[in-house]
Design a protein. Sequence first.
Length: 161
Amino acid sequence: MIALRIGNGYDIHRLVGDRPLILGGVTIAHHLGLDGHSDADVLTHALMDALLGALSLGDIGHYFPPSDAQWRGADSLKLLAQVNQLIIERGWRINNLDNVIVAEQPKLKPHIQAMKENLAKVLAIDPDLIGIKATTNERLGPTGREEGIAAYSVALLVKEG
Ligand code: MG
């Protein structure tokens, strides 16, 4: 008997001039970075919400509220490790993950493999189980105007026995 659960996640953060740009734990050289209470790693945030959503465990705001000073500047990969622990404790494992980053600039393709490896290491899974695509928004909307970067994630969890 195999049980499956699917979850999706979405996040967007504002681009500002005085912050680093961190996506999937990779710091990317760019004149703008993402604003937020934590390190504002929008990809990792969307992914955490997909994982939590698959098990109906709520969202990252519940576990790591911006009102709590201990999450200020937090490394989102550390938060992801905690989310992964919640999944493992309940007897589930990740079947695969798929993600889309929506960013007009900079070009993300050279950084995708490093993002996969960072996320895979934290989740203790094979990097090949993680899809990450980057797309522009054809200069439309807030991401297209480079006001922010957004990410979408889907997680499929499996439980055997
Ligand atoms: Mg966020």
